[in-house]
Design a protein around this ligand. Sequence first.
Ligand SMILES: [Zn+2]
Ligand SMILES: [Zn+2]
Ligand SMILES: [Zn+2]
Ligand SMILES: [Zn+2]
Length: 596
Amino acid sequence: MNEIRKCQNCHNDFTIEPEDFKFYEKMQVPPPTFCPECRTRRRFMFRNEKSLFIKKSSFSGQDIFSMYPKDSYPKIYESKIWYSDEWNPLDYGRDVDFSKPFLEQFFELLKEVPHPARSVSEETLVNSDYCNNANHLKNCYLVFNTAHDEDCMYGNDIYDGRDVVDGLSVKNSELSYDNFWVMRSNRVFFSHYIEDSHDIYFSKNLRACSNCFGCVNLRGKSYHIFNEPYSKEEYIAKLESFDVGSYKFIEKTKKKVQEFWNNFPNQNLLNRNAINCSGEYIYNSKNAKNSYYIREAENVKYSQFLITPPVSEAYDQTLFGEGSSFIYESLVCGLNVNDLKFCRECWSGMNESQYTMYSGGGSSNLFGCVGMRGGQSYCILNKQYSKEDYKQLVSKIVRHMNEMPYQDKQGNIYKYGEFFPPEFSPFVYNETIAQEYFPLTKEEALKLGYSWRDPEERDYKITVEADDLPDHIAQVKDSILNEVIGCAHEQKCNEQCTKAFRIIDKELAFYRKMNLPLPRLCPNCRHYQRVKFRNPLKLWQRKCQCAGEKSDNGVYINATKHKHEDVHCLNEFETSYSTDRAEIVYCEGCYLKEVV
Ligand SMILES: [Zn+2]
Ligand SMILES: [Zn+2]
Ligand SMILES: [Zn+2]
Ligand SMILES: [Zn+2]
């Protein structure tokens, strides 16, 4: 039987399904007291994907790059030192004090044990200092949440990329600019949802296409402009007449194609080979429910960004997988980990652990520990116990957590079975992925009791405003490298705008080589423009908009006959397109009839 509960945090009702109870029983945890969305948001507040700061290392005393803000609580060590034997986490061990809530004691420990400055494996980064949540990079600049890239700049979620600039979710691709969701494709510009294609401009939903401009919903096509076929010679001549090196042309065309794309149907969900799944961006998975960005996973629910397979048996897992199973309410855990609950940043063979951060290296049976990288087991608050004492003490702590729960600033009660409260996060709301997926204004965030940081006042002087940049890349002189450019948003947006930015030399070389104009927005604002094309982590129940011969808003005329002939398609579905959006949404059957 489904059970309806009231969320402690937002006070909305949420449903716990029978299969959920089974999972909680298996994991020996009580059912959650936060609704799925509040749980997701709470975890997201612990993930700073792309803000970098300068902070003093508590090891060397040097100012170093860090994902932790200068005034945040973590003591940081250079990542290389942090992973080494230069320090011993057991030196921070302490007894459990049963006169205080356990989570309060964990937070005290967390403030003392060093954190790695950045989440990177430093030895795999070559000339790529301005990066985080990354490994195996060469000559990369401001790329995040990323691996195995060379010569990439300003990107997020870029894997196996070469010369990918301003990309979001770009995999196995080369020489591309300003795209969202591109796979195995080269020379793709200003486009979304492109797979196995090359030489594409301003297009959406293309597969196995080449030399297309302003196209949508095409398969295996070449030399098309706004979905019309051209001969190769005509196409080349047309393309030459399009002045893609001009900023004005790019802006005008972006608007034009957006309107053009909206004349064509979208599939209700972007899933591929997703058996018995709900959610979106799910590939080759089975029983992935209420989950997003999932690849080759089985039996997962309320999870996100499990894109490094395999993953199985996970509830409320945010990032990353790679051989993980039986994970509950955890963030950034993976690499052969098993049986983790309420953990953050635990990897490399960790198992049977709870309420632990920054641990790995085959450690197991940890409860409330930080920084255990060397195969330690049976530890509580970084103190070593015998197996028997550990088991007894853990049961006693669980009872204690229920009897003397932690209460956070919002008044939420944290008994055993909750993830860490937001106030344990060293990051402010607007510098985490919570702001990307659940955007708030400063006032809204503060009202909810979340922290916020206004952009730092910097002492540079803007030397040229975005409006005064040359329109065409051909007019740009090398002296642009010395300018401080004012972002066109002037910090009036809610996009972590840095107010000003610079062009670096290899970036200028890229724009010149690819014939692309200079950007007018700072890297953060550019990132947030691409984020807008990502569908939300939310589903709406809707009806197929195929009315037989055309879409029911009369905009799109079907190219083929459908099974339901000239009557309205009766299919209903879940979709991430809310009812107030301009896009036309078809069920899978009707959509596939129309992509040609
Ligand atoms: Zn809620
Ligand atoms: Zn900006
Ligand atoms: Zn902005
Ligand atoms: Zn139809």
